[in-house]
Write a protein that binds this ligand. Structure first.
Ligand code: ATP
Length: 572
């Protein structure tokens, strides 16, 4: 709850108005039965004047109550929406500040649920809090006092009714709390299943996995239905039980008062207002039970939000003035283990690259090529050893300098919804049309972009579904080169390009980005055959370094990869 205090404080005036309105509503609600009693007494005495005056008071009070309710709802909603919006913005900013490893630990779909469903829960409880939390105790205490004042001899009827109502409420809502907890877990599971399934729809369709996926989804969805039915059943029993208790209390009170109504005729009016107060006590207990149940759900959500907010980034960058870094890269005895793994993925890696060199990295799948490359833009820090860029330990370089120096085109091209230009500007914020065209020429994307009706302002749909795999790769390369980085890493970035286009990209890179150090990770040796130097990885170790010819002559691992690929190409 402490997390919410600073957020709520920001809306203190809305809070004050909402609470003041509640006092008005509570007063109007509690005083209406009393006026009713006065009117009934006046009717019995045929006192028309009192009937009219109090009748008008009653109408006035009802209107004041309604207006108070509206004001309370408006201001409670302002607080709830404001808190939720600020919390969401802060959580998003916090996620942006986390290291890549921290985000992987949470998992992105889990973070999405925390930013949507969990924040919605908190929004609802803040709204409910300012609508109910002061109203319930005022109405409850006020109704108990006024009921006793109205018919003091029936105090024990109120006590017995309250004990029974609280007993039933505690029993049912504690069981419901358990079901609500399970419901939350199931919502998360169904969300994840739906997300994975819909995002991987091509795979689902091509592997004819529709039926399997539907079965998985149906199982979780069925459990959600069963839990909902259990909650529904409890509600179905709970409400009649509440009303049965209240009605029994009312019947008992009428019977008790009826015993000597002739000697106390004014009790006839008193019993109507007493019944009203009993009903107010009943509703206060029902609302309080609901609030507690929803609060326990929201507390789970709040804890999950707090978990994100309290996470200290596992990696921070130094701050300092801008420094121009050159394209030198050096690994000095680097070993790296993924968080949670028990053995290193790459070990004792050492090599140095001069500015402007073209380096190829090859190795079997899973040998650690991407892992090695990810250490250059400092997505992770090594366990031991030093990674240097431009002659400096990456841990001593500011984030802005590092991002400006290293361009990384990932294996899986990720574009964002928006326009092509907006995507390219992620690689260079001030990129104009001329630089977009220049980068697109290098990446061989100019031809298809310029054929689009809106060229560089063409829309990129969600998950870039309106572009082919090869087009996405070309757009990613365009984004990677547009900032003219000193170091450009292409992680299997041309795998979806035909051999001719791949050759054209490499030639354009060599011509246009002469001084850029290019590190190309490739499955096919043909992609890096012309590199100044090729690094060979085998099971996380650097087992060779040299030109293609040197490696073919002297390196067994390289020779084997090359021979296998050649044999495949020749159809052997
Ligand atoms: N985020 C991660 N967390 C834990 N282990 C990982 C992670 N990413 C990769 N690995 C593991 O590290 C090893 C090396 O993976 P990496 O992606 O670096 O290999 P690669 O040589 O680039 O493979 P490929 O050629 O298939 O892309 C693999 O065993 C992989 O399962």
């Amino acid at each position: 709850m402490k997390v919410l205090v600073p957020y709520i404080k920001k809306y203190r005036w809305d809070v004050i108005w909402s609470i003041l309105a509640i006092f008005v509503v509570a007063f109007a609600t509690l005083w209406q039965p009393h006026l009713l009693q006065v009117i009934m007494n006046a009717i019995m005495k045929n006192d028309k004047q009192t009937v009219w005056t109090n009748g008008l008071y009653l109408i006035g009070l009802a209107i004041i109550g309604i207006v108070g309710g509206i004001i309370n709802t408006i201001y409670s909603a302002r607080v709830a929406l404001g808190v939720a919006t600020d919390l969401r913005a802060d959580e998003y900013a916090k996620i942006q500040s986390l290291a890549y490893a921290d985000i992987e630990k949470f998992s992105s779909s889990n973070l999405v649920v925390r930013m949507t469903n969990d924040i919605n829960q908190v929004q609802q409880i803040v709204m409910g809090f300012f609508q109910q939390v002061t109203r319930i105790p005022i109405l409850f205490i006020g109704a108990v006092i006024l009921a006793i004042v109205t018919l003091p001899e029936l105090w024990w009827v109120i006590a017995v009714m309250m004990a029974l109502l609280l007993g039933v409420s505690l029993f049912s809502f504690s069981r419901m709390g358990k079901y609500f907890g399970r419901m939350q877990q199931l919502i998360e599971k169904v969300n994840t299943l739906a997300r994975e399934n819909l995002m991987g729809m091509r795979v689902v369709k091509s592997f004819v996995q529709g039926a399997n996926q539907t079965k998985n989804f149906a199982e979780s969805s069925d459990e959600m239905r069963d839990v909902s039915v259990k909650i529904g059943n409890l509600f179905a029993l709970l409400m009649p039980a509440f009303f049965l208790i209240a009605n029994l209390a009312i019947a008992l009170s009428i019977w008790l008062i009826g015993q000597n109504i002739t000697s106390h005729p004014s009790n006839l009016a008193a019993i109507t207002s007493f019944i009203n107060y009993l009903m107010q006590i009943l509703f206060a207990i029902i609302n309080e039970s609901f609030m507690l149940t929803f609060a326990s759900r929201a507390l789970v959500s709040l804890r999950r939000i707090h978990e994100v907010m309290a996470t200290k980034p596992s990696m921070t960058f130094v701050s300092g003035p801008h420094r121009d870094l050159d394209g030198a890269v050096e690994f000095d005895d680097v070993t790296f283990t993924y968080p949670g793994d028990d053995k290193p993925t790459i070990r004792d890696i050492g090599f140095a690259v001069k500015p402007g060199e073209m380096i190829g990295i090859v190795g079997a799948t899973g040998s650690g090529k991407t892992t090695l490359a990810q250490l250059i833009p400092r997505l992770f820090d090594p366990d031991t050893g030093i990674v240097k860029v431009g002659g400096h330990d990456v841990r001593a370089v500011t984030e802005a300098d590092l991002r400006q120096t290293v361009g990384f085109v990932l294996q899986r091209s990720t574009l964002f919804s928006g326009t092509i230009a907006e995507n390219l500007q992620q690689g260079h914020p001030n990129a104009d049309l001329a630089s977009m065209k220049w980068a697109a020429q290098i990446a061989q994307s100019a031809e298809f972009i310029e054929r689009l009706p809106h060229t560089y302002h063409a829309e990129v749909e969600e998950r870039s579904s309106n572009f082919s795999g090869g087009q996405k790769q070309r757009l990613s390369i365009t984004r990677g080169v547009i900032g003219q980085p000193k170091i450009l890493i292409l992680d299997d970035a041309t795998s979806a390009l035909d051999a001719r286009s791949e050759k054209l990209v490499q030639e354009a890179l060599a011509h246009e980005l002469k001084n850029t150090t290019t590190i190309i990770i490739a499955e096919k040796i043909s992609s890096i055959i012309k590199a100044d130097r090729i690094l060979v990885l085998d099971d996380g170790r650097l087992v060779g370094s040299g030109t293609h010819l040197e490696l073919v002559r002297h390196n067994d691992v390289y020779r084997e990869i090359y021979a296998t690929q050649k044999a495949l190409e020749e159809g052997v």
